[in-house]
Write a protein that binds this ligand. Structure first.
Ligand code: UDP
Length: 240
């Protein structure tokens, strides 16, 4: 008897923080970590899922930290946005090495090695089975890549944002510091905003709330988790 295929999301936006790419090294890009993520992305590509990715830049540069040390905030943010392009290219390289066709689309023009972001073009790439990586954040200072993820997910009509983290989901306090931290299975957008829970920044959560876009926060460091979450298994925290 043929086994029933588990149902999957059709189109997802995967948000990966820059910090995940640095592994345990504390800075930059660790190639085998990126290769591991690329392998997991290939697995879900093989399920027929359309995949868009937003990567942060926190493993290289954060505008806010630079501003705290005296740099002009907008300039710091421009550098931060460039850092996200660096990470996007690293992921593209790892994906294409394992035959996953990938396009990096940037919010500002860097035509020598990436395509400028055009919404309809991004959707076309997805329909053709290519992975799309959105680099350069929103293109504007004072925003984050969480907000980029929310904005792009809405623009391309993604079913869900999968927010990858290093812990199992959203807790009432930092689980790395407190043994008794409680994991939330489900939260409403308003609970996240009111309790100031660290899911995504409030601009991103508000965008998702106003456009009915669910967020699933899950642990990327456990192998196979992207596939589990895409197949709608109950892991992590669902914000809806
Ligand atoms: N950034 C920005 N505008 C955006 C997205 C990002 O100015 O639309 C800058 C900002 O300086 C931020 C940096 O890029 O600190 C890296 O992004 P983020 O902090 O979101 O990365 P993550 O924490 O996910 O690694």
């Amino acid at each position: 008897m043929a086994t029933k295929k588990p149902s999957c999301y059709k189109r997802i936006l995967l948000k990966i923080s820059g910090e995940i790419l640095q592994g345990g090294s504390g800075f930059g890009i660790v190639p085998h970590v990126v290769a591991g993520i690329a392998n997991e992305i290939r697995e879900i590509r093989d399920l027929g899922v359309q995949i868009a990715v937003v990567i942060g830049g926190g493993n290289i540069f954060r505008g806010l930290h630079a501003a705290e040390q005296g740099m002009d905030r907008a300039t710091g943010d421009y550098i931060g946005m460039l850092a996200t392009v660096i990470n996007s290219l690293a992921l593209q390289d790892s994906l294409e090495k394992i035959d996953v066709h990938t396009r990096v689309l940037t919010a500002f023009e860097i035509k020598a090695f990436a395509e400028p972001y055009i919404r309809r073009r991004a959707v076309r790439h997805l329909e053709k089975g290519r992975v799309v990586v959105f680099g350069g954040g929103t293109g504007n200072p004072y925003f984050t890549t969480d907000t980029t993820a929310a904005l792009r997910a809405i623009e391309i009509s993604a079913d869900v944002i999968l927010k990858a983290t290093k812990v199992n989901g959203v807790y009432d306090k930092d689980p790395l510091k407190h043994e008794d931290a409680k994991l939330f299975k489900r939260l409403s957008y308003l609970q996240v905003l009111r309790k100031r829970l660290k899911v995504m920044d409030s601009t991103a959560v508000t965008l998702c709330m106003n456009n009915d876009l669910p967020i699933i926060v899950f642990n990327l460091t456990k192998q196979g988790n992207i596939k589990r979450v895409v197949q709608k298994q109950k892991i992590g925290t669902v914000v809806s």
